[in-house]
Design a protein around this ligand. Structure first.
Ligand code: F6R
Length: 615
């Protein structure tokens, strides 16, 4: 995790680095730091806390002029969040300065070796070891910075995106990546470095995303040189035109990114199916699926790998794919899959789902599946991300940047892509009747309207939030397609409001969780008219008989659950398979309002980061 930013050019670097760090805070926000070079001096300021704390400290500590700068926002791995462990880290001579996103796994033996050679360490970080290793290599072999970085990186294991500055050669920044993302923005007489392109989109739309195992020497007024870290071979960098715009990464009048992203769902679901769904013609066209249709049609099994919210979208997809295509589906936590020697066959299709496209466990699961000969399909949001490049083929979700740490629009757009894939395959396999196929296409086309209608539950969600904001526990129940929605609702609540919440299949309640029910326990039941309505009504009765408090998400016009529940939230009707796109909306809003009322930092919940690039 962690976000890195750098600038080398003719403008003042400090405002670019600070603004960039703010945009990257989703990647970590427990400490931050900046280094500036003004032609004579290295100026360093770093602190525990957020980028605003850094700004306050830097204003008193350093003069902020200089046209070269690097900055870091941290999610601690080695060493607690404090001023000393914050990046940038400086080598013992004071000449080399580094920022690093990732983990150097063999830092301990390297540190012992360096200590034997007289190096002194001030922090507990692996990064301080790396910068001193580079210095040691540089001194011993009398190398320029780029070469020294390369030799040092060939001695380390782990993951990194780094930027290194050398006072002795101050018109250059050397960057490298393995396992952590790194984008380089190319302007006229200036370069930008960042973990993603958001820090520099207002300056340039040309970017190079370094591939794993590549490094670049970025020099003022010189073309950038990219080479392979391992064998020094030169690489012709691919300059990509960025699709992001500034508006997408700003709050646009909302109090929080999370709320903005919840409200964006009608439009981003439309973006997701635009050009792919042609309801009137009865066509679904997704180039990734089309180009690999035989692989999908011959699949004996689909294995879905993902983490967190993306895993919940995978669970929804399991129900959809099995019902629509009759292909057996397994859904795996990427972190478990990668370590349990899973059985993977050449006829398996693996679908990896990831908003960021950078999640380390999902990436490792993909590599494992590829090694074992499976065809791997990515469903990612971030274009150019590591996962979208590592997979054989894939479909982007087109949700636009998701900045709130809690995933919202990523979930619904992932489900949209997965539904379209299942429908396309069902058509090819003939496993859905023509009537059902056309009905789903028509329904999917009007889903954004229904999501818009579901957003009208906002006031009701707020009212209920005010009543339950101080609860300590919460149970979420759903059946069938809405069981994963129950899990997702519970995850949203716990991660942003720190209230303990559990999601369960409603019928499983009587095998244990029912013991938790008493007059203090709010139970959120997802009970739309389609699906297993009668069964869920029975579950509601079981809870009522034990004095539980029922908050029910029901279809507009419902009377039966209305008579039983303490609070109801009404949503528009849709078919069972598409209902997660609707039922999830009031649950997102409920969590959001509870977290705001509890004074929690909604967009940056404690201990979390948006992009989990460590195991
Ligand atoms: C929850 C959340 C996380 C992510 C998980 C996977 O709101 O955001 O659980 O879903 O870390 O991230 P991606 O989808 O980027 O692979």
């Amino acid at each position: 995790m962690c976000g890195i930013v750098g600038y080398i050019g003719y403008r003042e670097a400090y405002p670019i680095v600070i603004k960039g760090l703010k945009r990257l805070e989703y990647r970590g926000y427990d400490s931050a730091g900046v280094m500036l070079y003004d032609g004579d001096n290295i100026k360093l300021s770093k602190t525990k806390g957020k980028v605003v704390d850094l700004e306050a400290k830097a204003a008193n500590e350093i003069s902020t002029n200089g046209t070269i700068g690097i900055g870091h926002t941290r999610w601690a791995t080695h060493g607690v969040p404090n001023d000393v462990n914050s990046h940038p880290h400086v080598s013992n001579s004071g000449d080399l300065v580094i920022i690093h996103n990732g983990i150097i796994e063999n830092y301990a033996p390297l540190k012992i070796e360096l200590i034997k050679r007289g190096y002194v360490f001030h922090s507990d970080t692996d990064t301080e070891v790396l910068v001193n290793l580079i210095e040691e290599v540089q001194k011993k072999e009398n190398l320029k910075l780029g070469k020294a970085v390369q030799v040092a990186l060939n001695q380390v294991f782990g993951a990194y995106a780094i930027a290194v500055f050398d006072r002795k050669n101050p018109d250059e920044i050397v960057v490298a990546r393995l396992g952590s993302p790194l984008a380089i923005g190319i302007g006229e007489g200036e370069y930008f470095i960042a973990s993603d392109a958001s820090p520099f989109i207002e300056y340039t739309s040309n970017a190079v995303y370094l591939e794993d195992g590549e490094m670049a020497n970025i020099r003022l007024h010189k073309p950038m040189k990219v080479r392979k870290i391992k064998d020094d071979s030169l690489v012709d960098p691919y300059i990509q035109e960025l699709q992001m715009n500034l508006e997408q990464i700003e709050k646009g009048g909302y109090d929080h990114f999370m709320l903005k992203e919840i409200y964006e769902q009608p439009s981003v679901i439309t973006d997701t199916y635009r050009g792919r769904l042609h309801a009137n013609e009865g066509i679904i066209q997704m180039s990734g699926v089309e180009d690999n249709l035989e692989k999908f049609l011959n699949a004996e099994r689909i294995i879905i790998v993902a983490c967190g919210t993306s895993w919940h979208a995978g669970l929804v997809a399991e129900y959809i794919f099995e019902e629509f295509t009759r292909i057996p589906v397994e859904v795996e936590y990427a972190s478990e899959f990668r370590y349990r020697n899973p059985i993977i066959n050449r006829k398996d299709v693996v679908i990896a789902i990831s908003q960021s496209g950078e999640t380390a466990d999902t990436m490792a699961a993909i590599k494992l599946a590829k090694e074992k000969g499976a065809f791997v399909y990515g469903v990612c949001n971030v274009v150019g991300s590591s996962i979208s490049r590592e997979t054989h083929a894939g479909s982007h979700t087109h949700a636009g940047p998701e900045i709130g740490v809690a995933s919202t629009k990523a979930f619904t757009t992932q489900i949209t892509v997965l539904i379209m894939m299942a429908l396309r395959l069902a058509k090819a396999k003939g496993t859905l009747s023509k009537t059902d196929f056309h009905r789903y296409l028509q329904e999917l086309e009007i889903i954004p309207e229904k999501v818009k209608e579901a957003l009208e539950t906002d006031a009701k969600a707020k009212e209920i939030a005010a009543i339950f904001k101080n609860t300590q526990n919460c149970l979420y129940l759903g059946r069938g397609y809405n069981f994963p929605v129950a899990l997702e609702g519970a995850l949203k609540l716990k991660e942003i409001s720190y209230i303990h919440a559990e999601g369960y299949p409603a019928a499983e309640m009587k095998h244990g969780p029912i013991a938790l029910i008493d007059e203090h326990m709010p139970v959120i039941v997802i009970a739309p008219k389609q699906g297993h309505y009668d069964k869920i009504v029975s579950n509601i009765q079981e809870i009522k008989s034990r004095s539980g408090i029922i908050i029910a998400v029901v279809t507009k016009g419902d009377t039966q659950v209305r008579g039983l529940a303490d609070y109801i939230i009404e949503i528009p009707e849709t078919s069972d398979a598409l209902s997660p796109l609707i039922t999830t909306i009031p649950l997102q809003l409920l969590s959001y309002h509870i977290a705001v009322m509890r004074g929690c930092n909604v967009d940056q919940p404690r201990n979390l980061a948006k992009s989990v690039t460590v195991e």
